[in-house]
Design a protein around this ligand. Sequence first.
Ligand SMILES: Cc1cc2nc3c(=O)[nH]c(=O)nc-3n(C[C@H](O)[C@H](O)[C@H](O)COP(=O)(O)O)c2cc1C
Length: 209
Amino acid sequence: MDRPVSTLVGDGSVAATAVSCDASMQAHDFILVISGTNRPNSRTLAVARRVAQHYRDATIWCEFLDLQDLPPEVFSPQAYGSKPPAFQTVQQNVLDAAGLHVVVPEYNGSFPGVLKYFIDLLQFPESFDHKPVAFVGVASGSWGGLRAVEQMQMVFGYRNAHTYPERVFISEVNRKLAMDGALTDPAIDDRLAKQARGFAQFCGLFRRK
Ligand SMILES: Cc1cc2nc3c(=O)[nH]c(=O)nc-3n(C[C@H](O)[C@H](O)[C@H](O)COP(=O)(O)O)c2cc1C
C-alpha cells in the first residue's frame, strides 16, 4: 500500500510524496526522525533532514519532529501535570512510530536539555517501551557527539527501548556541512543512508502484529 512521506511538524524538507513502505515494515509503519535541539539554524536539523531524505529515497515512510516546533505551552511548569492539547499530536506520533531516529548534538559534553525535557513530557512507560531507536551524534568537536549519544542511550535503556547498534557520529560538523545543509563528506552520507535502511529492517523485527 502506498503511504505518504510527510512532515509531522516543522520543515523537515520532506515533501508529501506517495511511496511504498520497505518490505520489512507494514504499510502503516513509519519512522519518526527527531531533530534533538531547538537551537535555531542548528546543524542537527540539517543532518536530521538528510536522514529523512534517505528514508524517502529508500521509499520508507517517515515523519519529522523538529524540537523548535514544540508548542510554547510545554515550557510552562504546569505541563508536567497537564499536557497542553497542542502536544497531543507529537505524543501520538511517538506512540505510533515503528521506530525513532534521533539526531543528537553534543552540548556541554552531553545531550541538549530540551531533548531530555521532551522525553520527560512523554507518556511513561508506553512511549519507549520496546520501541526501536537509532542515533546520530553531531558535534563541532572531534568526538562526533559520542558522549551525547551514549548518555542518551542510558536514558532510552532505562525506558526499555531497543537500540539499533549501528550508530553514526559526525565530528567537526562545521567543516562537513555546507551552507545549504549538504554533507560534504560522502562517506558520512553513505553511513546515514545505510543506517536508515538498516534501521527500517530492524524496526520490522519488532513490528506490532
Ligand atoms: C550550548 C552548546 C554547548 C555545546 N557544547 C559542545 C560540546 O560539549 N562539545 C562539542 O563538541 N561541541 C559543543 N557545542 C557545539 C555543537 O556541537 C555544534 O554547535 C554543532 O553544530 C551541533 O550543534 P547544533 O546542532 O546546535 O548546531 C555546543 C554548542 C552549544 C550551542
